[in-house]
Ligand binder design. Structure first.
Ligand SMILES: Cc1cc2nc3c(=O)[nH]c(=O)nc-3n(C[C@H](O)[C@H](O)[C@H](O)COP(=O)(O)OP(=O)(O)OC[C@H]3O[C@@H](n4cnc5c(N)ncnc54)[C@H](O)[C@@H]3O)c2cc1C
Length: 419
């Protein structure tokens, strides 16, 4: 393709940055993607690998109250580390304001159609670029061990149904018939047929390979230290090795690390790092059960995703600041939850243990679009628990904003919405 489009610097090589770079390159832009570590070093390689289209965000009625009650229990699924961090507490108060039924409904009006676009785009990109990533479009089960969990799961299924998805409610016997590895504690659940799963690390390396083949320049192990601006217009970026990369547009896709670069432009990126963990266990007699499709354990929010010869147990949400400290108790909680659901889970040692930081926005919606007052500067972050799901569609939206100047899907995601 001839490159008549703009020169664009994309900062941050997670699933959002790689997707943005890929779609921009496809749209004819000349793109340099800069990643301070290696591609996927943030949350984008080790996540649960589910494409969970159409689900509401973390902000739900009662969420903050539950977090405050659980605060001192490091084994609870949603954990706020008790420490003095004024930015976190301001963010939590803001987050609580968005935990209403009305806001969930608003998010669903945005997320439900975006989810449909996301699914279609995964099918298209994976097929067109021949990305080998174990992509499976067979859905997943939301598995409940308590009647109150089942009530919440049914409520969520109703919400998705009203917004054009086809969840199927199942009783315990039916769920065990479909997934025999589930134990007697399972009281029922919901099947989400539209969901898909994949190996996120393989997806990311396939997508970055496709972007490179289409002409994108990828620079790893060098950070962007400054966004260059003159007379209210971006001119490019400066990197830590002293280079200046000239660009007509700059897209910040730095995930939970977006605040510092954004603050230079006095924009409020109301995002907190929400840490999650995974443990991968090989399938085998003393290891993980061979699951038919992925299961999400409702009460603990632990995802159990088959990935080739192993099962990835992933989840928990910990607000403890920008750090990658691994808390053993959180890892153990994954296994404990998995063993309660799958009594045959063996004692084999995990083959991988990991933690990553989700960029969690204060209102649960991604923050995507042009930064007011600085021509050519865009941001795409705040995808929280849905960054993989919404990665490709975010890339497409940003490419249209940068190259064509418009994409109506970006309106409710605008960075300027927080004032
Ligand atoms: C346990 C867990 C399970 C999850 N499961 C799912 C799931 O099943 N489905 C789903 O949709 N989502 C899931 N997620 C969420 C998803 O992983 C994230 O939303 C997504 O990875 C965020 O992508 P990102 O590109 O915004 O951020 P990141 O992946 O963090 O990428 C940002 C990148 O920017 C780089 N960077 C930062 N500063 C600079 C700089 N100055 N210069 C250059 N580079 C810089 C960082 O090194 C990093 O690589 C899960 C997350 C976790 C933690």
């Amino acid at each position: 393709m001839s490159r008549s489009g703009p020169h664009v610097a994309v900062v941050g090589g997670g699933v959002i940055g790689v997707s943005v770079a890929y779609h921009l390159t496809r749209a004819g832009a000349t793109v340099t993607l800069v990643e301070r570590d290696r591609i996927g070093a943030g949350a984008s390689s080790g996540n649960a690998g589910t494409v969970s289209a159409g689900h509401p965000p973390l902000n739900r009625p009662g969420r903050v109250r539950r977090a405050l009650v659980d605060m001192l229990d490091p084994a609870s699924p949603l954990y706020v580390a008790p420490r003095w961090d004024p930015a976190l507490w301001r963010w939590l108060i803001g987050f609580a304001r968005y935990c209403t039924e009305e806001h969930v409904e608003h998010c669903m009006r945005v997320m439900a159609p975006l989810g449909k676009d996301a699914l279609a785009l995964f099918d298209e990109v994976i097929a067109e670029e021949r990305i080998e990533c174990g992509y499976r479009t067979e859905g997943y089960y939301d598995v409940c061990a308590t009647e109150s969990g089942l009530e919440g799961a049914r409520h969520e299924a109703d919400v998705l149904q009203r917004h054009g998805y086809g969840p199927e409610t199942l009783n315990g016997d039916e769920l065990r018939r479909r997934e025999p590895a589930l134990g007697p504690r399972t009281v029922g659940g919901v099947f989400y047929p539209e969901a898909a799963t994949l190996d996120p690390a393989r997806f990311l390396s396939g997508l970055v390979r496709a972007a490179r083949q289409r002409g994108c320049v990828v620079r790893e192990r060098v950070a962007v230290s400054e966004v260059l601006e003159r007379s209210g217009r971006v001119r490019g970026v400066r990197t830590t090795d002293g280079d200046a990369i000239a660009a007509d547009a700059v897209v910040l896709t730095t995930g939970p690390f977006s605040k510092r670069l954004a603050e230079e432009f006095r924009i409020r990126i109301l995002v907190q790092p929400g840490k999650g963990y995974h443990r991968d266990i090989e399938i085998g007699p003393n290891g993980a059960p061979k699951l038919g499709i992925a299961c999400v354990l409702n009460e603990s929010s632990v995802f159990c995703t088959p990935m080739g010869t192993r099962v990835r147990f992933a989840g928990t949400m910990e607000f403890s600041g920008e750090n990658e400290v691994v808390r053993e108790a959180r890892l153990r909680q994954l296994t404990r939850a998995a063993r309660a659901a799958f009594p045959d889970l063996g004692t084999a040692r995990p083959v991988s243990e990991w933690c990553g930081l989700r960029p969690v926005s204060v209102d649960g919606l991604p923050i995507v679009g042009p930064v007011p007052g600085v021509d050519g500067l865009h941001v795409a972050t705040g995808h929280g628990m849905l960054g993989l799901t919404l990665g490709p569609v975010t890339g497409q939206i940003v490419a249209r904003l940068v190259v064509d100047g418009d994409d109506p899907r970006a309106e409710p995601l605008a960075p300027g919405r927080f004032g």
